[in-house]
Design a protein around this ligand. Structure first.
Ligand SMILES: C[S@@+](CC[C@H](N)C(=O)[O-])C[C@H]1O[C@@H](n2cnc3c(N)ncnc32)[C@H](O)[C@@H]1O
Length: 316
């Protein structure tokens, strides 16, 4: 299980302390996001921003952290000096990047001033080096420089189908190293991410993860490529969600693409929870040749032991 660093979680809690109407706002925000609604229609002032930070930020942070873990496996030596977080909200992905690469200089861009204000207030409780807050639109921003690492988490999902490809190219132009896109783990968002993937490959990007190849995705509807991360729910988080479970599973889809020469793709990826019994482990694997079902029998002891350690999303 994973969670936000304690200092960051406490800073969110302190900022939100005493705010009225947070639970109602969190309920409205969740219902709106479930319908694929954009933040601009549901997040107005600081109450909504605090409600987002208490109810959604822990999960988006966990998803981004999981993807950054994969980034480190795929590109061991990569250490960004400058990072750009687009559709930054309260800085979720930027803070996960700073946790992975302490001292990084982060630029955060969003069109919502209340989110940027919260990001600015949270920065001292993170391991970021410096921050530069920019108000801007994903469709037109131009920063006049590129960044080693660019993240865009749960923000492309808010764009219309027809504006997404051009935004993806604009984002790519701002990236000199690795680009990390994280989206909700829904069929719609996966399909759109695959369009972005095609577009970026056309622009010379190398796909590092999750795909072990650059051919079209072999999954066929109703299947879709997505992953899951389990996170602890704090008391505040549980109160916002109105539930009693001490954890939640966040489903996400993602893409890590690189400028040529950075990182190495994995030969294969486990696409769902392995099916395990005392006789065998069955793995659904995406690999260069397409989709494979690998059955590892218990009589092959070393392979069986290794297969039992594998989980959904792992590289093989
Ligand atoms: C669901 S929130 C995600 C925030 C953060 N990245 C996270 O993972 O928690 C989506 C963010 O994208 C921003 N956003 C959406 N469309 C945008 C646009 N066209 N230009 C700039 N920001 C945008 C919203 O203001 C919001 O902060």
């Amino acid at each position: 299980m994973t969670g936000m660093p304690q200092g960051l979680a406490l800073a969110v809690r302190d900022l939100a302390a005493g705010q009225q109407g947070l639970k109602e706002s969190a309920g409205r925000i969740s219902a709106h996001y479930r319908q694929s609604g954009a933040s601009r229609d549901v997040i107005g002032g600081s109450t909504d921003v605090f409600a987002y930070a208490l109810s959604r930020m822990p999960a988006t942070y966990a998803a981004v952290s999981a993807v950054l873990g994969e980034l480190q496996l795929r590109a061991h030596e990569f250490t960004p000096e400058g990072a750009l977080d687009l559709g930054a909200g309260p800085g979720t992905a930027a803070w996960a990047v700073a946790e992975t690469f302490p001292g990084v200089a982060a630029t955060l861009l969003d069109h919502n001033e209340a989110f940027l204000a919260m990001a600015g207030a949270l920065a001292p409780s993170t391991t970021v080096g410096t921050i530069d807050l920019r108000r801007g639109e994903l469709g037109v921003f131009e920063l006049g420089r590129s960044f080693d690492l660019v993240t865009c988490a749960y923000a492309l999902t808010e764009l219309n189908d027809d504006e997404m490809p051009a935004v993806a190219e604009r984002i790519w132009r701002h990236c000199s190293g690795l680009l990390v896109l994280v989206e909700p783990g829904r069929p719609r968002d996966y399909q759109r991410l695959m369009q972005v993937r095609d577009r970026l490959i056309g622009q010379g990007a190398t796909v590092l993860a999750p795909c072990p190849h650059e051919r079209p995705c072999p999954l066929v509807e109703p299947d879709w490529c997505h992953f899951s991360v389990r996170l602890n729910r704090s008391r505040d988080h549980m109160r916002m969600k109105g539930g009693t479970l001490g954890y939640e599973d966040e489903k996400f889809s993602y893409l890590i693409v690189a400028r040529p020469g950075i990182g190495t793709r994995a030969p294969g990826r486990v696409l769902r929870k392995p099916d395990e019994n005392k006789f065998s482990v069955t793995l659904a694997v995406c690999c260069k040749e397409g989709l494979e079902q690998r059955v590892v029998p218990s009589r092959d002891k070393p392979a069986f032991k290794a297969a039992k350690k594998l989980d959904w999303g792992d590289a093989v």
